[in-house]
Structure formats: C-alpha cells, structure tokens
Write a protein that binds this ligand. Structure first.
Ligand code: ADP
Ligand code: MG
Length: 225
C-alpha cells in the first residue's frame, strides 16, 4: 500500500463549537490506483487531501506514505517526502507572476534539490497540455485556463509517485479538461497513484479503473467495495 490512512480525524472549531472536518477515516490506496473523492462542498475533501499530503496534522490517527508515518518522522524527512513523492494540484493554484512559464514549471525542483536540467521534461508536459509555444510567456500573457493548465502540469515535474489533486478541472472547458484527463491517464498507466477530488462524477469514467471514495460530513466510505 502506498497510502494508508488509519482512523484519521481532524477537528476544527466552528461557530457552533468543535466539529470533525474528517472523522475517523480509514482506507488504503495501492500504487497505481486512481481514486476519485466525491462529496458536497464543505464535506471535508480538501482537508482529507491535505492530511494525506502531510500539509495538515491530524489530531487523531495517522497517515503512512510508503509505510512511513507522516508525523512520526523528523520535519526534514516530511518535507522531503512532500517535495519528492507527492505532486500537489491545489484548488486555486497560481503561478508566480514574475517568472515565465518554464521557470514556474522548474521551480518545485529547486526545493526538491534536483540538479539536472529539466527543460526537456517541462516542454514535454507543456506539449501534452497544448501549450508548447508558451514556455517563455509570462502568466499575465496567458488566459486563466492556460495558467491553470500550467499549474497542473507543474505538479508532474518532480516525477512524483502520488498526485493529489483538488478539483483540478473545475474551471476548464471540455476540450481542455479532456487534455488534462488524458495526461492523468497516461501517468496512471505508468503507475502514478492519483487521489482526485471532484464534483464531477464523469472524471473517473475517463480513467481505466477508478475507485471512488465518498465523503459526507467528514465520514469517508468506499463507493465500490
Ligand atoms: P470541501 O473541500 O469538501 O469543500 P473542506 O475540507 O475545505 O471541505 O472543509 C470541511 C469543513 O471544515 C468546512 O466546514 C470548512 O469550513 C471547515 N474548515 C476547513 N478548513 C478549516 C480551517 N483551517 N479552520 C476552520 N475550519 C475549517
Ligand atoms: Mg475543497
């Protein structure tokens, strides 16, 4: 199992007292799985992803990535894990305005301390999302949807084992969404593991053998097991 979540709970304080944004979630994900997380707004999807990715610390339970517990390792090991093992696609991902597209793509590699020239990989990814001619453009010269696609492609730059994506195609038109979904499919066929939050039930259908996790008021259940 590449991801194991055991009795994972995250409590926040709301207007009406404490509530569990994620409540006692237990599930595992195998390498090469494509997991679709479905749930209404406010049900805990983003919280769940950030717990899995080690961005949020649970108040109970644990997450193991490749059998290592996120919070029972030294901080620098956790950040190395986040930088090298995981590619994050955030819901409101943005590019650094003063860097061009190529520089934005290569940026995460600086933190992951990759020292090779990854320009070729960056152009390969840009080509797959139909933006091969935009490498030297600045974000302000791209449409919102194009910026969004670059932010998605950027998550693949460190060649992560796991992609965690929060409503990645929510604001894209159908054609562009199709390009992103085939990018996901290609990487998934090469054994990259995906956990993708979506409102859109169709997203899973574009992939080979998706699994579904439902989340309702913080409670996670498997849709197909
Ligand atoms: P979703 O992504 O499914 O819309 P979230 O995980 O963002 O849901 O949020 C789940 C619940 O937790 C919501 O009620 C939200 O308001 C609350 N919440 C999320 N993050 C925080 C936070 N940092 N502090 C307090 N409450 C939060
Ligand atoms: Mg969310």
């Amino acid at each position: 199992m590449i991801i194991q979540c055991k009795k994972l709970t995250k409590t926040y304080k709301g207007d009406e007292g404490a509530f569990k944004a994620v409540n006692n979630a237990t599930f595992s994900v195998k390498q090469g799985d494509f997991v679709v997380i479905l749930g209404h707004s406010g049900s805990g999807k983003t919280t769940l992803l950030s717990l899995v990715g080690g961005l949020t610390k649970p108040d109970q339970g644990e997450v193991l990535i490749n059998k290592v517990s996120n919070w029972q390792q030294p901080d620098h090991c956790l950040s190395t894990m986040r930088n090298k093992t995981i590619g994050f696609i955030f819901q409101f991902a943005s590019l650094i305005p003063t860097l061009n597209v190529l520089e934005n793509m290569v940026l995460p590699l600086c933190f992951a301390k990759h020292h090779h020239d990854h320009t070729e990989l960056a152009y390969d990814l840009l080509e797959q999302i139909g933006l091969a001619d935009k490498g030297t453009a600045f974000p302000a010269q791209l449409s919102g949807g194009q910026q969004r696609r670059v932010a998605i492609a950027r998550a693949f730059m460190n060649q992560p084992e796991i992609i965690l994506a929060d409503e990645p195609t929510g604001d894209l038109d159908e054609d562009t969404e199709g390009e992103i979904l085939s990018l996901f499919k290609k990487y998934n066929e090469n054994n990259t593991t995906f956990m993708v939050v979506t409102h859109n039930n169709d997203l899973g259908k574009s992939q080979n053998s998706p699994r579904t996790l439902h989340i309702r008021q913080g409670v996670v259940s498997s849709g197909d097991m």
